[in-house]
Write a protein that binds this ligand. Structure first.
Ligand SMILES: [Fe+2]
Length: 268
């Protein structure tokens, strides 16, 4: 999901290990976009498309995805042969980091998106691309959102970073210039982030995890990889419809959490 925030009764994080939302915290801006996932409505053919998508990506990802993604994939119980049931995913995710994968109707306005991130609820689409667009869809679908994004939410530091990111942006909602700069931070981390682990580039951004073509191109050296630098990232424009000419590699997930705090201090 690209942009998104509220608190349904049920939960944000409290202290370590306790992730119950304060009962008074209700999603306001995001409420109109919340839906139920009708899991029984998925057809056998849609489950087969999911299987095809996952099986197409896993050989490369087992080698080139960061270890936190691969661990998260197992921890939240994703399956290669069936579409994910978001309630089951959330039941495995929430005790770990407080995050949920919450079904929404589609793109959310920024205020609603950030409200959900602040509540540790990841706005998740439920539709699945067809067999004719396995490689790319202009709008996120359940494959991009769950296969691409949600495994990382099982990692405590990444989870903390993403919630904090949502809180910062919610506070900047009337400042479009600051929001644009924060949007670039999101793009070059959550969507297209790469990390160095044991001297190798590994992918963690959903746009790379879920796109075989773009990930293959990046791993083959088809784009410039720079060291993550907050100023550079905040000034780096991007085209959502094109292959990325430049990406930024971090050394750890602490780095993006700290960078987000620095960005908050600068944009206040
Ligand atoms: Fe995304």
């Amino acid at each position: 999901m690209l942009l998104l925030a509220n608190m349904r009764p049920g939960g944000v994080m409290g202290s370590a290990g306790s992730y119950t939302l304060h009962p008074d915290m209700h999603l306001r801006e995001a409420a109109p976009y919340l839906i139920e996932q009708d899991y029984s409505a998925y057809t056998a053919d849609q489950h087969a498309v999911w299987a095809e998508l996952v099986q197409r990506r896993m050989p490369q990802l087992r080698q080139h995805a960061c270890r936190e993604y691969l661990e998260g994939f197992e921890q939240i119980g994703l399956r290669e042969d069936r579409l994910p049931d978001l309630k089951t995913v959330s039941s495995r995710l929430q005790p770990r980091t407080g995050w949920q994968s919450t079904p929404v109707s589609g793109f959310l306005p920024p205020g609603a998106f950030f409200e959900m991130l602040s509540a540790r609820m990841f706005p998740t689409t439920t539709w699945l691309r067809g067999r004719d667009s396995l490689e790319y869809t202009p709008e996120p679908d359940i494959f991009h959102d769950v296969f691409g994004h949600v495994p990382m939410h099982a990692h405590p530091i990444f989870g903390d970073f993403l919630q904090h990111y949502g809180q910062i942006c919610a506070g900047l909602i009337t400042n479009p210039i600051a929001l644009e700069r924060m949007g670039r931070v999101f793009w070059f981390t959550v969507e297209f982030g790469i990390i160095r682990q044991n001297g190798e580039l590994k992918v963690y951004g959903s746009g790379l995890i879920s796109s075989h073509g773009e990930c293959t191109r990046v791993l083959a050296g088809g784009c410039v990889v720079r060291e993550f630098d907050l100023d550079a990232v905040m000034n780096q424009e991007f085209d959502t419809g094109a292959m990325q000419p430049v990406l930024y590699a971090v050394e750890s997930f602490d780095q993006i959490y700290e960078a987000t705090k620095m960005a908050e201090a600068r944009l206040k």
